[in-house]
Design a binder for this molecule. Structure first.
Ligand code: 76R
Length: 249
């Protein structure tokens, strides 16, 4: 029997994508719009306190293209907190102007493909804990997409021996490391949680780096033979202080 790999799992993740109902936004009175902007600002202020205390993280970007207007990425220790965030956004004044566009539920994941060094469980290391509970970088651009490992005919990831998968992922990580400082990635596992097996969230200062890393990785065996990809979402950072200007009509 082929052995699964043990995963290390961290904070739960919700990618929450919304479209702004611009028609009703424009019809709303100035007072109502101000109330809505203030309600979002207050929520973000509250979320920032949670992040500062090390109990979660979040980031907000404007989606480029017609798939949505906003993408919130929320990380929290529990699913209940994610659901609370989603609900409080819905109940807020701003929520009256937000239409659901898409969502994705997963959990920050690292795998134990590498043998433990000196018998030390990597999950106990502070650097691992930092990666399982990451403070999301507030970099200018985000790229999010879901993916699967192929399971058909000769190309079946799930019938490969663990050492073969480990070697392929090691090669993959060498490609990844070339982008240090240019692309920051968060891999979230979603088997049993959402429609795909993993969520890939990338952050970059320069959007072209998304195309470069994803293209280069397409030639790594783990992606060329075993990667299946879902819909891509790309966005530009929306800092809290820029929200009023973004919503100005
Ligand atoms: O333990 C580690 O995190 C280091 C080795 C590593 C693993 C095990 C690693 C490194 N990744 C791993 C696992 Mn990755 N990653 C992706 C994508 O579009 C595509 O083709 C792939 C999307 C990118 C861009 C990326 C980036 N990685 C995984 C897994 C789980 C697979 C499994 O268990 O089967 C997926 C789905 C996945 C996908 N990866 C890196 C990167 C980068 C930039 C690195 C180097 C990070 C670093 O060392 O700093």
């Amino acid at each position: 029997m082929v052995e699964a790999v043990e995963t290390m799992d961290g904070w739960y993740s919700l990618h929450d994508l919304r479209t702004i109902d611009w028609s009703s936004w424009k019809l709303a009175s100035e007072a109502e719009r101000k109330e809505a902007i203030d309600s979002l600002d207050q929520l973000i202020a509250k979320w920032e306190t949670v992040e500062e205390a090390g109990n979660g993280s979040q980031v907000l970007h404007k989606v480029v293209g017609q798939k949505a207007d906003l993408i919130f990425m929320f990380l929290r220790p529990t699913m209940e907190e994610l659901s609370d965030m989603e609900t409080e956004l819905n109940k807020s004044k701003m929520g009256e102007f937000l239409l659901p566009a898409h969502s994705y539920v997963s959990v920050v994941e690292l795998s134990k493909y590498r043998p433990a060094k000196d018998g030390v469980d990597p999950e106990t290391l502070p650097e691992t804990q930092k990666r399982l509970k990451p403070i999301l970088p507030k970099w200018e651009h985000i790229c999010f997409y879901p993916m699967d490992r192929r399971r058909s005919g000769e190309e079946n990831w799930y019938t490969l021996e663990k050492d073969v998968r480990a070697k392929m992922l090691y090669e993959h990580s060498k490609t990844g490391r070339k982008y240090a400082g240019k692309v920051s990635q968060v891999i979230t596992g979603s088997i049993g949680l959402d429609d795909w097996e993993w969520g890939v969230t990338l952050f970059a200062h320069e959007p072209l780096q998304f195309k470069k890393i994803v293209y280069e990785m397409r030639f790594d065996e783990v992606s060329s033979r075993y990667g299946e990809f879902g819909e891509f979402f790309v966005g530009n950072l929306l800092p809290r202080e820029d929200i009023p200007k973004y919503l100005e009509v």
